[in-house]
Design a protein around this ligand. Structure first.
Ligand code: NZQ
Ligand code: ZN
Length: 389
């Protein structure tokens, strides 16, 4: 087992009726609040009014930045940075899904520097040494942004979608109330499930460290998603389903399951290029890519990993040839994504065209080959894209 550092200092309020704790947590950082949210789901659900009532009762001065897009744009981040500087903001409160939370993280970091926020990204990225404090209220179980230090931002001018992690951007406090996800559509629920599943698989398919305990926990989390995502889709107000998915979302990516594993992620860099050009939902892109990537990487020598997944998560009979079980596991994964989650399962169905494969593959490898479960050069990425058509 490799050495590692475990450090996840995000305070979580989990469950219903926790918003009474919002104002006391906000007031630890100050009274001047930048409230950020997306296209209006929080107004339709009534959450906006509840949040405002809490903040007003605590005598906070609230500034608002709404309209943060799915696949959030650098232009929204820039607006937020300006507002933080102009209004001398003490704390940012992000209410929404991963897009709102991600954008808010870079507003908080951008407020502490003079340069443009886009300079936090790319090969010569500027350091992120400070950020204003961030509090989140999560409304969609998917990305884990509520409990991690990362974020992904799109620049439409350059057609880039780039990620960045930095400890100062970790939320100080996150409110995880499963009932706030009751209004999430079946499609976004499915995309969220595929995303958190991928976060786990990116680590699980990684053979450079022997961590039976974490492998078993990952399998338990995957089983949780396989069990509860269809229930949440069929019964949007099923508390147990929403609660299990919500806690999975956070733990899939908060660093705990990594242990000492350091191999690169594979499906994520490929998917970000799809979203960068076609603006598709991140989880949907992953749902299409994941089974094909698994198929592309399968070899006799690594089949045992697929066998564990197939047997322990999908309940495949362990008797039989490892390669046969591995192939069945890939098929079960494909079926889960496309049939159970009902996510259309090819590039053609979501409008992604072959003519962009070369450029997307090159950009997916912008920092060199993807050194993940199997090393992927741009040609490999193109072949995987080809399998998705
Ligand atoms: O904008 P509003 O009106 O709020 O509507 C959103 C949006 O249209 C809606 N929604 C959110 N909560 C809702 C709701 N609708 C009804 N009821 C609710 N309670 O759902 C739509 C999608 O929201 P979005 O925030 O875009 O989804 P998600 O949470 O999946 O975030 C995706 C973004 O996060 C990035 C992705 O790349 C993508 O840009 N990621 C961030 C990561 C991180 N921070 O660590 C890791 C991930 O791998 C991922 O890359
Ligand atoms: Zn993801």
């Amino acid at each position: 087992m490799n050495n590692f550092v475990y450090d996840i200092p995000v305070k979580v309020y989990f469950g219903e009726n926790q918003l009474g704790n919002l104002a006391p947590e906000i007031l630890k950082f100050g009274k001047r609040v930048l409230l950020t949210y997306g296209g209006g789901s929080i107004k339709r659900s009534g959450l906006y009014d509840r949040v405002m009532a809490e903040l007003k009762a605590a005598d906070c001065t609230v500034f608002e930045l709404s309209g943060i897009e799915p696949n959030p744009r650098i232009t929204s981040v820039r607006k937020g940075v300006e507002m933080c500087k102009e209004h001398n903001i003490d704390v940012l409160l992000a209410v929404g899904g991963g897009s709102t939370i991600d954008a808010t993280k870079f507003m908080a970091a951008g407020a502490c520097v003079e340069h443009d926020a886009w300079e936090f990204f790319g090969a010569n990225a500027k350091p992120i040494e400070r950020a204003l404090p961030i509090v989140t209220i999560l409304t969609l179980s998917a990305t884990g942004s509520e409990m991690d230090a990362g974020g992904v931002i799109t620049n439409l001018e350059t057609q880039d979608k780039l990620g960045r992690m930095a400890a100062p951007m970790l939320p100080k406090v996150s409110f995880l109330d499963p009932t706030l996800t009751y209004t999430v559509s079946p499609y976004q629920t499915a995309c969220g499930a595929a995303d958190m599943m991928s976060h786990i698989l990116e680590v699980y398919f990684n053979l450079n460290d022997d961590l039976f305990m974490l492998d078993s926990m990952m399998e338990a989390m995957l089983k949780t998603i396989v069990k509860y995502a269809p229930i949440a889709i069929a019964e949007p107000e099923n508390y147990e389903a929403r609660a299990n998915l919500m806690w999975c979302s956070s733990w899939a990516i908060n660093g705990f399951i990594n242990g000492g594993r350091r191999k690169a992620w594979s499906c994520h860099p490929m998917e970000h290029e799809l979203s960068a050009i076609y603006d598709i939902a991140h989880g949907h892109g992953l749902a299409i890519l994941t089974p094909r990537w698994m198929e592309y990487c399968l070899e006799e020598s690594n089949a045992y990993r697929y066998v564990s997944l197939g047997v322990n998560v999908f309940g495949i009979d362990p008797k039989g040839e490892p390669m046969a079980i591995a192939k069945e596991c890939i098929e079960r994964m494909r079926e889960f994504m496309s049939v159970t989650l009902n996510l259309p399962d090819s590039f053609t169905k979501v409008g992604i065209k072959r003519e962009d494969f070369a450029v997307m593959a090159r950009k997916a490898c912008r920092y060199g080959a993807i050194r993940g479960f199997k090393t992927l050069e741009p040609e490999d990425v193109e072949r995987i894209f080809e399998m998705c058509i």
